[in-house]
Write a protein that binds this ligand. Structure first.
Ligand SMILES: C[S@@+](CC[C@H](N)C(=O)[O-])C[C@H]1O[C@@H](n2cnc3c(N)ncnc32)[C@H](O)[C@@H]1O
Length: 291
């Protein structure tokens, strides 16, 4: 499972998996609009120096490079840069870099952004301290991570498969929070347990998002805020969840909590055209380094 760069980093996803690029593109498709909206609101503009950490397939890094123009600069880092492509943007530098161990310039960037990265690191507070240290006084740190546990929803996912017959306003109806159509409840619950066990074993903290506002305050940032923008996906074009489950399949099976058929059942459900799915909520949180 995996190749050297990401095995050494402890990253739970196997970046050498043949469909990992597609999985990252699917993630961008769901979450980029929220990121772009928030970064625009914070004022990213001509001349800014930006750091995009754990840039994955690089869409936000390229978007930032266009916003900051020729007078600005974007450094996009990742422990494995194979999917990051600058698409000819001369103000975008892509660099292999492990946030846990490799140096960053001190008090340099106007903006530091990391999406779905901090939750994967064993020492999340230290990672945030490093990012705050790399930000210039007056600059912004923007962190996004999944926040599902903080939203009062049982189980790993927040998939609401949009089948009629439950009362979303009735708090005693478990289906109001977490619903699968008949026949899928047991596989989905087993899958939820397997995901929790696999992530726990890899020291991934899927609830990191809800702790971000406090964590950003704790590293000395001010003007801290946070938001969630859930998307609603329809089956058939919801590629992120099926690809994520396929990528994690060996780790999920190794937990002993789930069968291959359970995983395939849930994948089939998410891909069905009759399915409506609310993917896991990404919390976007920001804070400013005091001047
Ligand atoms: C779930 S992907 C998110 C990619 C991108 N930020 C996005 O949201 O589209 C997490 C990324 O973090 C990278 N990563 C994992 N551990 C890292 C580390 N220690 N230092 C830097 N990047 C890391 C992975 O290689 C991967 O590209």
């Amino acid at each position: 499972m995996g190749d050297t760069a990401t095995m050494e980093s402890g990253y739970v996803f196997d970046t050498s998996w043949e469909r990992e690029h597609g999985r990252l593109l699917a993630l961008e498709e769901i979450y980029d609009s929220q990121s772009r909206h928030r970064l625009t609101e914070l004022g990213v503009t001509d001349g800014w120096r930006c750091l995009e950490v754990g840039c994955g397939a690089g869409s936000i890094a390229r978007w930032l490079a266009k916003q900051v123009g020729a007078a600005g600069h974007v450094l996009a880092t990742d422990v494995d840069t194979r999917f990051a492509n600058a698409h000819g943007l001369s103000n975008l530098e892509i660099r292999a870099h492990d946030l846990r161990t490799d140096d960053l310039p001190d008090a340099f960037f106007d903006l530091v952004h990391a999406r779905a990265v901090i939750e994967h690191l064993p020492d999340r507070d230290e990672a945030l301290r490093r990012l705050a240290a790399a930000t210039r006084p007056g600059g912004w740190v923007v962190i996004e991570d999944f926040g599902i546990e903080g939203l009062g929803i049982e189980g790993f996912g927040t998939e609401d498969f949009g089948i009629e017959g439950f009362d979303i306003d009735d708090p005693t109806d478990p289906a109001a929070a977490y619903y699968y159509p008949p026949g899928y409840t047991q596989p989905a619950e087993r899958l939820g347990r397997a995901l929790r066990a696999a992530f726990g074993a890899a020291d991934v903290a899927p609830g990191t998002g809800r702790r971000l506002p406090q964590a950003l305050t704790d590293v000395g940032l001010t003007e801290v805020g946070a938001q969630v923008h859930p998307s609603v996906l329809t089956g058939g074009d919801a590629a992120f969840l099926p690809l994520t489950l396929r990528s994690l399949r060996p780790r999920l099976l190794a937990t002993g909590e789930v069968t291959d058929m359970d995983i395939e059942d849930v994948i089939t459900l998410t891909k069905s055209h009759g399915t409506t799915c609310i993917p896991n909520f990404m919390v976007i949180a920001w804070g400013r380094k005091p001047v």
